[in-house]
Design a protein around this ligand. Structure first.
Ligand code: HEC
Ligand code: HEC
Length: 157
């Protein structure tokens, strides 16, 4: 009997606590500038911002860590990658680079999951844009505190 009367009281307390947590979470969200990036009420549908031009840098960007897929420095609009064809490989495959003067896909693109080097690009790396992306010429909406691996190692020492 005692336990029975205790349970509802406990439940009420729990609900109160949950309510408080919810309220403070909402307060934190409201203070977060990311919530205002949309620049409109949640019920409004503002016009989409204009697409920024794609960046086509002349020089390679530094990679932030050794396994970072390099970003794509050229346009790729209309480049198909499907079961029957892979437009990227018409320039980046081992045999195409003499003609295209594009950098060849590196040896990791030929490795299966056991590290065995295959004769052609591994299925795991067939869909190039899963990892490689072009960049747009835009000002970042929010700052980033990312530091590259050398800095991270120095800071850890
Ligand atoms: C018409 C030939 C051609 C096609 C097709 C092509 N590329 Fe390229 N790609 C190049 C050339 C040439 C470069 C060297 C940089 C430059 O000239 O822009 C390059 C550079 C790159 C780089 C930068 C490599 C580095 O080390 O910095 C990546 C990544 C890349 N391409 C990915 C792709 C992907 C993914 C596709 C398909 C969606 C693709 N490319 C299709 C010619 C091509
Ligand atoms: C699963 C992720 C992944 C996929 C899919 C992938 N790549 Fe990569 N790519 C990478 C990574 C990571 C690197 C850098 C390290 C390395 O070489 O593995 C890279 C490097 C490259 C480079 C630079 C090579 C060099 O020696 O500097 C080119 C060019 C490239 N990829 C093109 C392609 C093309 C074309 C495709 C599609 C056929 C493709 N990649 C698919 C992850 C990927």
């Amino acid at each position: 009997m005692k336990a029975r009367t205790k349970t509802p009281a406990g439940a009420v307390l729990c609900a109160l606590a949950a309510g408080l947590i919810f309220l403070s979470a909402a307060a934190v969200l409201a203070a977060d500038p990311i919530a205002t990036l949309r620049g409109a009420e949640i019920s409004d549908v503002p016009p989409a911002p204009e697409m920024a031009p794609q960046a086509t840098p002349k020089f390679r960007a530094a990679r932030n860590y050794p396994e970072q897929p390099p970003t794509i420095p050229h346009k790729i609009r209309g480049y198909r990658i499907d079961l029957n064809s892979n437009k990227c490989m018409t320039c980046h495959s081992r045999t195409a680079v003499e003609q295209s003067q594009a950098p060849m896909v590196s040896v990791t693109h030929f490795m299966d999951r056991d590290g065995q080097i295959l004769g052609s690009v591994t299925p795991r790396r067939y869909f190039c844009t899963q990892c490689h992306v072009p960049q747009l010429d835009v000002r970042p909406l929010v700052g980033s505190t990312f530091v590259d691996v050398d800095t991270a190692i120095q800071e850890g020492e």
